[in-house]
Design a protein around this ligand. Structure first.
Ligand code: IVH
Length: 719
């Protein structure tokens, strides 16, 4: 492993040749693992780092480039594909809680949202969180019609043929079941079946599987249902999607109905009333965990009454009425072989510890994030010491690594007795390792403290930032271009051929024209592509020439503008031109346009200022203009609340409300397609004023905005 630590700049020719041979073999091994179905050993980021090191060595020693170099290969054997299914109701995820206090907060937040005193009157269900794959199974007129994976929550994969092989899942519901039923739950592989399968693989001299979850996923995502059938997958039902009638009025009652219909349901589910009871059940399940024949990673709590669930509603991705209480993370000891720096889309320099591979909770971990310079030194975000005895992290240290769920592994602490002699404190780079620009820690104006993040100041000249931006642009919640994954973006970005290179987002959309008009290299002649995959790629790109406004806004990669903010902006401005004009008009950071931006509930000053900065930068505008010659942003969809009397209206709540809490009123208005603003302007349609309303009410009167009380509002929305 000694070569690992040698910086590229310090390699001798001989070392470089050896290292290139090692990298070619290792990258090719990871390619095989990745494409050999759900068995990658390293993260995409690690894979990229290997490729980067290979490229850097080749750049320094061009004569040593090997015929089998990974830089000459691109693309992937196409994965098995399934037809997409749009979920009739989105499949959401759950918020996570980790401590007893988090759970108490969750319970308190439910009472608070509903405007009730925390008197233990609300029942919660508590059941194991199964570590499998969530599935939505649809029945029409009693017959199983389709089964879909969760996918991105909106669209999943049609795996009906494979689901039909699972004995646990009824094909037919009993007479009397509603006409449309969507039962949701978890497909999993029993631990005993997993061990038996691995024993068989070993006996046959084949490679073994990593864990039951990945194996279940791989077994389901097989084009040949016979393979799925041979794996004995199982199922627990715990939720539902579309239902023509709801057969019970509690969570517990629903699960009981599922059991009556023939679905397996988890026997450890209980209905409880207080935080204390809930935590006791959590501990009980924790004690049973090792003896259960299926992997679980926590306990899920849900408000039992469905009418309360409905009132509590959803945040952008998860329900307010449920949470997942995760079991503590698993830990292990290993050594830090090196510390490397990754440069992200916004220029953040993130140090990553390369670790001697170690299994933590059944998964091989080879690297862990070190967050930032302070974290390495043992200092937290507020300047506090985060490790005993001021421990810092050095190359060569033996460390405790923790992995919690899907979270990136962390280095918690070091073992001081095992520190090698002569290990020196890590010196954080002062320049960007990719473009060489200065790397700085910005001063946070509000706190007067240095930001914990060190950022490359290269901006547009930094190829790492530009490349990461393209990865963000094509990612699932942005343009979602199939066939342009991490590896392909690396290839297109680094290729020097003008008929191939993609350096900015608009280049994606000119690729086909450049390919057709140029006599230079044809993609289909490059190893790893081929005609079919090139055709598919062009089709996937063309399919995004029309794009939802919020996806476009998110794809721009404006700092602080995540998916939720992008949706807020899209809904508030409606069209790209209105948005862009609004942002330009808001540039002076005062006046109507600025106020309008800040009035959007959920957008604060930091976010607003960041959007304005983005629009002020001419280079951003040049790229956006080129992009808009290629793609057409679709106006924000009118909210899917046809018939709602308040769809598209802007509402301000002020004063105290009596029938709802403020949060509930806001959530309800938004679910009916209204926009809830924090301040009154000419664009406000309604001001709902309760007792004690002050300046907002005055302003509404001054502007002639319709003012109503809570009852009038209720009458309006229920009419
Ligand atoms: S309830 C609206 N109950 O956890 C949320 N989810 O982190 C409906 N999961 O995607 C989900 N066991 O795949 C629920 N007993 C359980 C669960 C469970 C496992 C999974 C599910 C979900 C993920 C959320």
């Amino acid at each position: 492993m000694a070569e690992d630590i040698i910086a590229v700049a310090d390699l001798t020719g001989e070392q470089a040749a050896a290292e290139l041979a090692r990298l070619a073999a290792e990258i090719s091994r990871h390619d095989a693992l990745y494409h050999g179905k759900d068995r990658p050993e390293i993260s995409d980021a690690d894979y990229d780092a290997l490729k980067r090191r290979n490229d850097a060595i080749e750049a320094r020693f061009p004569a040593l480039v090997r015929a089998d170099s990974p830089s000459r290969r691109v693309g992937a054997a196409p994965l098995a594909t399934f037809a997409p299914i749009v979920h009739a109701r989105p499949m959401l995820s759950l918020d996570n809680t980790f401590s007893d206090e988090d759970v108490a907060d969750f319970v308190a937040s439910v009472y608070r949202f509903l405007g009730r005193l925390p008197d233990n009157s609300i029942a919660f269900t508590a059941e194991p969180k199964i570590d499998g794959l969530s599935m939505s199974i649809r029945y029409e007129a009693g017959r199983l019609t389709t089964a879909a994976t969760r996918g991105d929550g909106t669209t999943g994969e049609n795996v009906t043929a494979n689901i039909l092989t699972i004995k646990d899942i009824p094909r037919q519901l009993p007479a009397g079941a509603p006409d449309v039923v969507e039962v949701r739950g978890e497909v999993y592989m029993a631990k005993s079946d997993f061990l038996a399968l691995n024993a068989q693989m070993e006996a046959e001299g084949k490679q073994t599987y990593v864990n039951p979850r990945n194996t279940a996923s791989g077994s389901l995502r097989q084009l040949d249902p016979k393979v799925t059938a041979s794996r004995n997958l199982k199922f627990f039902a715990y939720a539902w999607g579309e239902m023509s009638t709801i057969p019970a009025d509690t969570q517990f009652g629903m699960v009981k109905v599922f059991r009556e219909w023939g679905f397996p349901v988890n026997p450890l589910m209980k209905c409880l009333h207080s935080t204390e009871e809930i935590l006791a059940h959590y501990r009980e399940i924790g004690l049973m965990r090792a003896d259960l024949d299926y992997d679980i990673d926590g306990v899920v709590y849900k408000v039992d009454r469905l009418d309360l669930q409905e009132r509590l509603g959803f945040r952008s991705r998860s329900p307010r009425w449920a949470t997942a209480h995760k079991f503590p993370a698993e830990q292990a000891f290993t050594t830090v072989e090196n510390i490397e720096i990754q440069v992200g889309r916004t220029g953040a320099l993130t140090p990553v510890a390369r670790l001697e591979p170690i299994t933590v909770g059944g998964v091989v971990v080879t690297n862990a994030t070190l967050h930032n310079a302070d974290y390495i030194r043992g200092i937290g975000n507020s300047g506090e010491r985060i490790r005993p005895d001021d421990h810092d992290i050095r190359i060569g240290d033996t460390v405790i690594v923790q992995r919690a769920g899907d979270v990136i592994p962390q280095v918690l602490d070091i073992v001081p007795e095992k520190r090698p002699n002569g290990a020196l404190p890590y010196v954080f780079p002062k320049t960007c390792p990719v473009c060489g620009s200065h790397a700085v820690r910005e001063l946070n104006e509000k706190t007067g403290k240095l930001d914990s993040v060190t950022r490359c100041t290269g901006g547009f000249v930094c190829s790492a930032q530009a490349k990461e931006h393209i990865k963000h642009f094509v990612s699932r919640n942005a343009f979602d271009i199939e066939g342009l994954g991490t590896k392909q973006v690396d290839f297109f970005f680094e290729n020097e051929d003008p008929a191939i290179q993609i350096r900015t987002a608009p280049d994606i959309f000119t690729l086909q024209r450049r390919q057709e008009s140029s006599s230079l290299t044809k993609l289909e002649n490059i190893e790893g592509f081929g005609r079919v995959s090139v055709r598919k790629l062009f089709d996937a790109i063309d399919a995004r020439r029309q794009i939802a406004l919020h996806r476009l806004i998110f794809a721009l990669g404006i700092r602080h503008v995540g998916e939720t903010t992008a949706k807020l902006l899209a809904r508030s401005y409606g069209s790209y031109s209105a948005f862009a004009e609004g942002m330009k008009a808001a540039a002076p950071m005062h006046g109507d346009a600025w106020n309008e931006l800040n009035a959007i509930d959920g957008i604060g000053e930091v976010v607003a200022a960041s959007i304005i900065e983005f629009f002020k930068e001419p280079r951003n505008m040049t790229v956006v203009e080129r992009l808009l010659q290629e793609v057409t942003p679709l106006d924000a969809e009118a909210p899917t609340t046809s018939g709602s009397p308040v769809a598209g209206k802007t509402v301000v709540f002020t004063g105290s409300l009596e029938k709802f809490t403020r949060d509930e009123a806001k959530a309800r208005a938004e679910s009916l397609g209204a926009k809830v603003a924090g301040s009154v302007s000419k664009k406000t349609d309604y001001v709902v004023a309760g007792p004690g309303a002050g300046s907002k009410l005055d302003k509404a009167r001054e502007l002639g905005v319709t003012v109503m009380d809570e009852d009038e509002w209720l009458a309006l929305i229920s009419g």
